[in-house]
Design a protein around this ligand. Structure first.
Ligand SMILES: NC(=O)c1ccc[n+]([C@@H]2O[C@H](COP(=O)([O-])OP(=O)(O)OC[C@H]3O[C@@H](n4cnc5c(N)ncnc54)[C@H](OP(=O)(O)O)[C@@H]3O)[C@@H](O)[C@H]2O)c1
Length: 277
């Protein structure tokens, strides 16, 4: 294989990627990168206006992007979204499950004990991260099964392997996402096609709206003690930037990883390798 052939692996021209959470901090940047690599990207969002705004900001980049309405917890809306994507782009090659996140109401703090966390807040976080990954995988995975190929890529977290203090439902849900990633990888390869792959990327700490309330002081913008502790436990001594994810995401979505399925790849500045000593 020469360098032209190797570069072609990352040419997404003519391929369609569906991104849930495509209006989020990480999802929107990945959407832009994929369009830049020639992909047609369907940005699934509950509200279309922010998705359309992101598409406007992308400008002309190679592939095309479309905003498609869907709630990852509503199977009917996902089904309608799948039909819209088929109408617009004709096919689905990849699904990136980037909808997810945590909520302050499902996070313990000095004045909110574990015993008092509201069941609906816990359930909402658990559902968003786990069911919000499973339901789109059913709808878009079925389209992949019909054509015997495709890639599903989930966004996991450092919280999956070693649960993060205070973050109860989110840690449990992301652990379940890792488990589901492995389960689905085996299931689709054995039952449908070895050319359907399922993997996950586990980002380390990226400063985004889901964790800003934990890592920075709202009034001063300075790091909280927790934010400082994370930096101390990250050998590269910084938070991640969305573009730090591009290499792993493009690799796992592309034929460059054709023999890789059922893995969770950390992109964490060394956080998961560090014992703290
Ligand atoms: N940021 C980090 O440090 C970090 C670290 C590890 C893992 N992750 C994971 O990476 C993924 C993206 O994180 P992020 O930081 O980009 O989060 P974010 O900026 O908070 O974006 C979350 C996205 O999920 C969407 N969403 C929420 N509920 C939804 C629903 N019911 N149906 C459809 N979409 C829904 C949001 O859309 P709306 O605008 O409609 O709410 C938004 O687009 C998440 O799974 C997160 O857990 C993030």
């Amino acid at each position: 294989m020469d360098s032209t052939e190797l570069n072609c692996l990352y040419d997404f021209s003519g391929r369609t990627v569906v991104i849930t959470g495509g209006t989020g901090v990480l999802g929107s940047e990945i959407a832009c990168a994929l369009v830049g690599c020639g992909a047609n990207v369907a940005i699934l969002a509950r509200r279309l206006a922010p998705a359309e705004e992101i598409i406007k900001m992308m400008g002309a980049r190679g592939g095309q992007a479309a905003a498609v309405s869907a709630d990852v917890l509503d199977p009917d809306s996902l089904q309608k979204a799948a039909e819209k994507v088929r109408e617009k782009f004709g096919r689905v090659d990849c699904l990136l499950n980037a909808a997810g996140g945590n909520r302050p109401e499902a996070t313990t703090r000095a004045d909110l004990r574990f015993f008092d966390l509201a069941p609906e807040a816990l359930r909402q976080v658990f559902d968003l991260n786990l069911m919000g990954t499973i339901l789109p995988s059913q709808v878009f995975g079925k389209m992949m099964a019909e054509k015997d190929e495709g890639v599903i890529l989930n966004l996991s977290s450092m919280a999956a392997d070693r649960p993060l203090t205070r973050v109860a439902a989110y840690s449990a849900a992301k652990a379940a996402v890792d488990n589901f990633t492995r389960w689905l990888a085996v299931h689709v390869a054995q039952e449908y096609s070895p050319r359907i792959r399922v993997n996950a990327v586990a980002p380390g700490f990226f400063l985004t709206r889901q964790n800003r309330f934990l890592l920075t002081d709202e009034s001063t913008g300075n790091l909280t003690a927790r934010g400082e502790s994370i930096i101390k436990h990250t050998p590269m001594a910084r938070f991640g930037q969305p573009e730090d994810l591009f290499g792993a995401v493009l690799w796992l979505l592309s034929p460059a990883s054709a023999f890789v399925t059922g893995v969770v790849v950390p992109v964490d500045g060394g956080f998961s390798a560090f014992s703290g000593v």
